[in-house]
Design a binder for this molecule. Structure first.
Ligand code: NAD
Length: 485
């Protein structure tokens, strides 16, 4: 089988594809079959230098354009991305294994949303005027300079766009390093931005493993680092950025609680639990993987959940009918299998799935454990796969400290018909992104990010602007200036 996935070259720098085959080869593996469908090369020191030089050289002129001009380019890129949604979605499915049914509605489309939103915002970015008697201060909102973006493998187009769009809107340039597991999609984001009119060097992509990311983060030409990845990687990147006093955004992992009260609508609660555990085969950072179910609704919830899971269409992810695809890689599948075995060893009750499917590719069944207790490994560690842990609880007072008893704080959700309780619970969650009677929505208009170990800073919304720009205060005196001598 031939796949239309081999990129023109590994890197996109200074408005063109660039190759250096001296870099370590990285095979692109299609998760649905396990076959090699492309190859890129990790960036050599020469490629890293070329990308940073290019981004540095382009930055001043890019920042000197008006916000309207920059925004027009971003909005044009959004239009191109939408026009090519089908092809980009097919590519995203080859890169990640996520079903086309998902990629066609959440990947290039949400990338385009970010480009459109921050494109529209670019012209509105202003400073302030602060009157001090007859003197005054004004502030200028200025770019940071060169930003490095480092991506995880679960949403390669979205992550490349969510970082690129606000960075470019503010007048920064970017060097983006996708995950080595999914190297293809970010190249298309770079191509589209260039085609839309972004000058050469404004948005560059280099491939590589963690060592390339580390080299970018520690380079003195870099002013800001935005990482989407796991907490252990976040600690390393945050520390390396701190050595150079660089700005950071950290979008890290989670083990989020989803609380379902007795009075919840069972059908909606099951939908929320499915969206928060099995979308993208469970490979979503904000997933609500600790599902606390109040005792009165537990049987109805588990029964309906099993019926709905039996309706999942597991198969070829390029088939629009498929609603559940493979894990991204053999490695990730093995990690998840290890957690399933641990769940069983530690006494959780397997009530659905648990096995690898007897077909090529990295397919695991949607898996549900009931009677999970707070101390079990599957209730404490991020699994990043299709494994739901269902825990019992008695009442709100008992469940809230349990829900918050985690080092993570990315997301949290509650299903209830009691309005006052819903808002009280949302206020009590120690998490950056909370949901009431829904789960995992991430519109560009709303801030997204984590508290506690799950992150620093926010993506999306006007909140992201603060993380990609800095204020300069300018003091202006109208009269004579006195000095002590
Ligand atoms: P990962 O931490 O293994 O890798 C993330 C990226 O960091 C990759 O591009 C990798 O090459 C790079 N990297 C690794 N070591 C580095 C180093 N020392 N210096 C610089 N870069 C380095 O994560 P992953 O397995 O690709 O993705 C899964 C994780 O990402 C999960 O924990 C998930 O929760 C998290 N995630 C978070 C969000 C969010 O928005 N909060 C979104 C998606 C995924």
């Amino acid at each position: 089988m031939t796949y239309p996935t081999q990129p023109t070259a590994s890197h996109f720098i200074g408005g063109k594809y660039v190759e250096d085959t001296a870099g370590t080869p990285i095979d692109v593996i299609y998760p649905a079959t396990g076959e090699v469908i492309g190859r890129v090369h990790s960036a050599t020191p020469a490629i890293i230098d070329q990308a940073l030089t290019s981004a540095r050289a382009a930055q001043a002129a890019w920042a000197a354009m008006t916000g309207t001009e920059r925004g027009r380019i971003l909005r044009r890129a959004a239009d191109i991305m939408r026009e090519r949604n089908h092809d980009l979605s097919v590519l995203e499915t080859f890169d990640t294994g996520k079903p086309y049914q998902e990629t066609s509605v959440v990947d290039a489309t949400s990338g385009a949303d970010a480009l459109e939103y921050f494109g529209g915002m670019a012209a509105t970015l202003t400073g302030q005027h602060i009157q001090l008697g007859e003197d005054w201060v004004y502030t200028r909102r200025e770019a940071l300079g060169v930003c490095v973006g480092i991506g995880a493998w679960n949403y390669p187009t979205q992550i490349a766009s969510w970082k690129g769009a606000p960075a470019l809107a503010c007048g920064n340039t970017m060097v983006f390093k996708p995950s080595e597991t999914t190297p293809l999609c970010a190249l298309k984001v770079a191509e589209i931005l260039f085609e839309a009119g972004a000058p050469a060097g404004v948005y560059n992509v280099v491939q590589g493993l963690g060592d390339v990311g580390a080299a970018l983060v520690s380079d003195p030409r870099v002013d800001k680092v935005s990482l989407t990845g796991s907490v252990p990687t976040g600690r390393k990147v945050y520390a390396a950025a701190a050595a150079g006093i660089k700005h950071v955004t950290m979008e890290l992992g989670g083990k989020s609680p989803l609380i379902i009260f007795d009075d919840a609508d069972v059908e909606n609660a099951v939908s929320g639990a499915i969206l928060g555990n099995f979308y993208s085969s469970g490979q979503v950072c904000s997933n609500g993987t600790r599902v606390f179910v109040q005792k009165g609704i537990k049987d109805a919830f588990l029964a309906r959940l099993a019926e709905r899971l039996a309706d999942a269409v597991i198969g070829d992810p390029q088939d629009p009918a498929t609603s559940f695809g493979p894990m991204v890689s053999a490695r990730q599948m093995e990690i998840v299998q290890g957690y399933i075995a641990k769940g069983q060893d530690e006494g959780a009750r397997l009530v659905y799935g648990g096995a690898r499917l007897d077909r090529p590719g990295f397919y695991l069944e949607p898996t549900v454990f009931a009677d999970v207790t707070d101390d079990m490994t599957i209730a404490r560690e991020e699994i990043f796969g299709p494994v739901m842990a269902v825990l019992d609880f008695e009442d709100e007072a008992e469940v809230m400290p349990r829900a918050n008893d985690t080092e993570f704080g990315l997301a949290a959700g509650v299903f209830t018909r009691d309005l006052a309780r819903a808002h009280r619970v949302a206020a009590g969650f120690e998490a950056g992104t909370c949901y009431i009677n829904t789960y995992n929505d991430a519109p560009v208009e709303a801030p997204f990010g984590g508290s506690k170990q799950s992150g620093v800073g926010r993506e999306n919304s006007s909140a992201a602007i603060a993380h990609y720009s800095q204020l300069k205060s300018v003091y202006v005196r109208m009269g004579d200036l006195e000095a002590p001598f």
